[in-house]
Design a protein. Structure first.
Lengths: 147, 301
């Protein structure tokens, strides 16, 4: 790839950047910064939409009374109950029990604080659903090119 | 240079390793192998340590960077605050270099971020002890011996031969050219084996592994071509520079493959024939790579 063809389709991986190796006019390789490529931006957005619908599905199951709100936090964070137990310090058995509404309602303030610490939220927010992740949008460009 | 001397170039199709319940296609070899091989071939030495307690891990890291030695640190990238939301996943083999500490912040060089990154010590501590699969357990590594002189030929040429042997000669069709061909044969059946949406996500994962996961473009083919160009100059082997041009062209084909795949994902058509076209494109790339490794091995003797 030539340096002049390195894509700069920003907005989806901010603040991260790619370092693309491309060939300059003398045929020598140089590393060029890229804020993104429309092709992979599209795929990342599709993956995020899938992720969001998984979260919404779990929220539905919570509304039906099958799971506690903690289950939604697990989906959002990608943690397994075993991992949550390890990183929060709450025993594995308690984590599994807290996933069910009956036990979740009776959770101690100390455990709520431990979970909240992991998810970076205030303990009072634990009873509500976490914020749904925003689907990123590509930056609009003056000359709109198709992928 | 380090990439090439460490081996670097790779392809793997591991249906038994799942990422978001999808089969893993990877263009990078097992975490740590490039660094290990590169240091060994250059005649250097390094030390790897892991820790049971976060406090000890942090104290040791602080001690070594205070002595002026940069340290490679393995982290779970989910816990790093500067990771983009679209890239934030549970992945416990994200490596970065910590080289200084100012107050409660570490100064970090991370390959996915421009310039120097400042990160709270608290977040780094959490990332170093991220739970789950392949947990980092505070693992860090740093050079203990940096050789003054390097015999470039003995560092570079065996590395190139190793890559050729692996990519063209691995006996199971999960790695290298055989892996690509196996994947191509499986890809045709994706729309009928999984539903259309899953097939699209599976394809998306493969392309993101190729272009989004820090590969320098075209699944590391461009970086390796840059290495071959540089190696050809240092060793005065113009054949390697020619191989560099061949690989760049192959890299361009991988990029075209990505564009084709994303078009299929965008259109979300119910038809299975696009996957056939994609499979044919992948087989063509596999054939080109096979010839490339044959030529490269000769050029590296």
């Amino acid at each position: 790839m030539d340096t002049r063809d390195v894509p700069q389709d920003g907005g989806v991986i901010d603040p991260m950047q790619h370092s693309i190796y491309a060939v300059d006019e003398d045929g020598k390789f140089v590393a060029v910064r890229s804020v993104g490529w429309g092709v992979t931006n599209l795929l990342s957005i599709q993956a995020m939409e899938e992720f969001r619908s998984k979260i919404e599905l779990k929220m539905e199951e919570v509304k039906q009374g099958r799971w506690s709100p903690l289950a939604v936090y697990l989906v959002v964070s990608g943690l397994s109950p075993a991992s949550l137990s390890q990183v929060s310090g709450v025993s594995w058995l308690k984590v599994r029990l807290h996933l069910r509404p009956w036990f979740f309602r009776r959770m101690s303030a100390a455990d709520a604080r431990r979970y909240a610490e992991v998810f970076g939220i205030d303990p009072s927010r634990l009873r509500e659903f976490p914020e749904l992740p925003q689907i990123p949008r590509e930056d609009k460009k003056e000359d709109q090119r198709t992928a | 240079m380090i990439f090439g001397i460490g081996g670097g170039l790779f392809f793997g199709y591991f249906p038994f390793i799942r990422v978001a319940d999808l089969a893993l296609v990877t263009y990078r070899s097992w975490p740590g192998t490039i660094f290990k091989n590169a240091v060994k071939r250059l005649g250097g030495q390094y030390k790897t340590v892991s820790y049971r307690r976060a406090e000890e891990a942090e104290a040791e890291l602080d001690r070594i960077i205070a002595a002026g030695v940069p340290v490679g640190v393995r982290t779970g990238m989910y816990w790093l605050p500067y990771i983009a939301a679209s890239q934030r996943v549970q992945f416990n083999a994200h490596h970065l270099v910590v080289f200084a500490k100012e107050g409660d912040e570490y100064l970090i060089s991370d390959s996915v971020m421009p310039g120097v990154v400042r990160c709270d010590a608290k977040d780094v501590r959490r990332a170093r002890f991220s739970p789950g699969a392949m947990a980092p357990r505070g693992r860090m590594y740093y050079p203990t011996l940096i050789p003054k002189d390097v015999d470039w030929a003995s560092a570079i040429l065996p590395a190139i031969r190793g890559v050729c042997d692996l990519m063209a000669g691995f006996p199971f069709p999960i790695i290298g050219v055989a892996g690509m061909r196996f994947l191509a044969s499986r890809m045709v059946k994706w729309p009928q084996r999984m539903n259309q949406r899953r097939a699209m996500l599976q394809l998306g994962l493969m392309i993101r592994a190729q272009e989004e996961w820090g590969t320098g473009g075209a699944g590391f083919r461009y970086i390796y071509a840059a290495f071959l160009q540089e190696a050809g100059g240092i060793l005065k082997k113009p054949a390697l520079a020619e191989m560099s041009r061949d690989l760049t062209a192959i890299g361009d084909r991988w990029r075209e493959f990505a564009v084709l795949a994303s078009r299929i994902c965008k259109e979300r058509s119910e038809d299975a024939t696009p996957y056939l076209g994609l499979s044919v494109a992948l087989l063509e790339i596999a054939g080109r790579e096979r010839q490339f490794y044959r030529n490269l091995r000769e050029a590296s003797l």
